[in-house]
Ligand binder design. Structure first.
Ligand code: GRF
Length: 189
């Protein structure tokens, strides 16, 4: 079975969904470890509570990206990670990890990329009064929210409030990420 690592900086609703789907064998892989750059994030509490081996680092303790990514890479190697799944991980992935995992790092973003790259994508689409937005899953490259698209789903913006739109986007994300991971696992076989 292939080994997954999930990286998250925040709430971790996508991480939890993936973990549950691994437990329930909906995703035929092992979730072997978790990475976060935010010690106090709810996703970290979840990982610890569920005994998922975790590498939680404080960026201030490292002099640059290369030093923390080297430490991270050593951790990932221990768990023989095949696929890195970014789920709200708020750091750029540098060459140390990109070169070690070519086409093996994926990300989810709440917009129809290439539109609305970066932070607050849902709110920015809402504020711009777009008639549609969506979710994109893509391979990670050196630029933010930029690599080759694996899967994309549109969502018409027909909601009374931004909160309703955010909820709908998250619902789509949870379903889509499992589909995309399973697709890639098939390809890695
Ligand atoms: C998601 O909207 C994802 O698309 C973006 O960060 C958010 C993470 O949410 N990259 P959660 O922490 O999984 O709830």
């Amino acid at each position: 079975m292939k080994h997954l690592a999930v990286f998250a900086s925040g709430t971790g609703s996508n991480f939890i969904e993936i973990h549950q789907n691994v437990i329930n064998k909906i995703i035929p892989a092992k979730l072997v470890c978790f990475v976060s750059d935010q010690e106090k994030a709810p996703s970290v509490s979840y990982a610890l509570k569920n005994n998922i081996p975790s590498f939680v680092f404080n960026i201030d303790h490292y002099s640059n990206r290369k030093t923390y990514e080297t430490a991270l890479l050593n951790f990932l190697k221990t768990y023989e990670v095949d696929l890195i799944v970014l789920a709200g991980y708020m750091r750029i992935i540098g060459p140390t990890l990109l070169n070690a995992y070519p086409n093996k790092i994926i990300n989810i973003h709440p917009s129809l990329l290439p539109l609305y790259k970066g932070k607050d994508a849902i709110k920015r689409a809402w504020d711009a009064k777009e008639d549609k937005t969506g979710v994109t899953i893509h391979y990670v490259d050196a630029k933010i929210d930029n690599g080759k698209i694996i899967m994309q789903k549109e969502l018409p913006i027909q909601y009374a409030t931004l909160d309703e739109l955010i909820k709908a986007i998250h619902g789509i994300e949870h379903e889509m990420y499992t589909q995309a991971i399973n697709l890639i696992l098939e390809e890695l076989k």
